[in-house]
Design a protein around this ligand. Structure first.
Ligand code: TUI
Length: 306
């Protein structure tokens, strides 16, 4: 459907997923995605053009629908002739007729069966079912029960996301009925990923219990690394004397500060599998590890159970 060699999507991580990372993943045979969360609509347009110079393979754009410029981005990607879109943090139904008319493959990220069905009815070509193990904005269900329930409910292909970091996770996702996997956190350690060195270091140092979900009281739960900053955020949320708007102001702009400046007052979004990311390597090595690793464990498990 997408013209890619391997069923591996790179997550469209806000402020992180630029032309450099997306082109590296696409050149490796996966699907690179550029994030719409960057320094404005024109900056995203530039990343799309840059990506075209860096690869002749298919790549896409992830549109974060809660962003103030989401509508502008929705039109800009059509102007730029983008052929693959993923969307997150909302329903893209109102843009669907325009995108379908432009021949775009639309793959909404969803976190429940109800929304998956809505997206299928609206004309989605596939969905990414993202469990709450993932980094960033999370839903309530986790990958293991979410993916098979979405697979059973839909007729279109399902991509699994949330907690998938290596060949074992990819193989497990395929067993649940997914036709591809989307991986975010592991690609933070890619050589071609332009996050601040401090961000990469924090990911490499993370353990199994290094992430926390904050923002539930504000209606948008976000998983990030535990830091003094995120722990202060969590304390503010549990203190009834702190107003929601003050908490919101405290966290505003914090992801950009982490990605670009390695700031102590940054939000280091990461999934639960951060503890499994142990080295910096080219995106190509990550894509190959996911696929060859899955092949290996599937053969081993088959030999074990047969
Ligand atoms: O969108 C994500 N993950 C994200 S977005 C993001 S940017 C951000 N920056 C600062 C603070 C907060 C976020 C970082 N990570 N994942 C895809 C995803 N989408 N997960 C869950 C959903 C979702 C939620 C509600 C999809 C649709 C939805 O629709 C509700 C409705 O009916 O409109």
């Amino acid at each position: 459907m997408l013209g890619i060699q391997y069923p591996v999507f790179q997550g469209g991580m806000a402020w992180v997923a630029d032309a450099s990372l997306a082109a590296a993943v696409s050149n490796a045979g996966g699907l690179g995605l550029i994030s719409s969360i960057n320094a404005g609509t024109e900056a995203v347009r530039n990343e799309i053009r840059k990506c075209r110079e860096l690869t002749d393979k298919p790549f896409g754009v992830n549109i974060m629908l809660q962003a103030p410029n989401a509508e502008e981005i929705a039109y800009m990607v059509v102007e730029e002739g983008v052929k693959i879109l993923t969307t997150g943090a909302g329903s893209p139904a109102k843009y669907m007729p325009m995108w379908k008319a432009a021949g775009i493959k639309v793959i909404p990220v969803i976190a429940s069966v109800a929304l998956a069905l809505k997206m299928q009815a609206a004309g989605a070509d596939a969905v990414v079912a993202e469990g709450a193990e993932s980094g960033g904005h999370v839903g309530e269900l986790h990958t293991m029960p979410l993916v098979p329930q979405v697979v059973d409910a839909l007729d279109i292909p399902v991509v699994a996301a949330g907690g998938i970091c290596d060949g074992r996770g990819a193989a497990a996702a395929f067993m649940l009925g997914a036709e591809a996997v989307q991986v975010g956190t592991r690609f933070l350690s890619a050589e071609e990923c332009n996050v601040h060195a401090i961000y990469k270091e924090k990911i490499l140092k993370a353990s199994d219990i290094s992430t926390i979900v904050t923002g539930k009281s504000l209606g948008h739960p976000v998983r990030s690394l535990k830091t003094p900053f995120s722990k202060t955020f969590a304390r503010m949320e549990s203190d009834p004397s702190v107003k929601p708007e003050d908490i919101m102001a405290f966290g505003s702009g914090a992801l950009r500060k982490a990605v670009q400046e390695g700031d102590v007052n940054g939000t280091y979004m990461a999934g639960e599998c951060a503890g499994m990311v142990t080295r910096i390597e080219p995106a190509k090595a990550i894509v190959e590890d996911l696929i060859l690793g899955a092949e290996r464990v599937i053969a081993e498990v088959y030999a074990m159970i047969s």
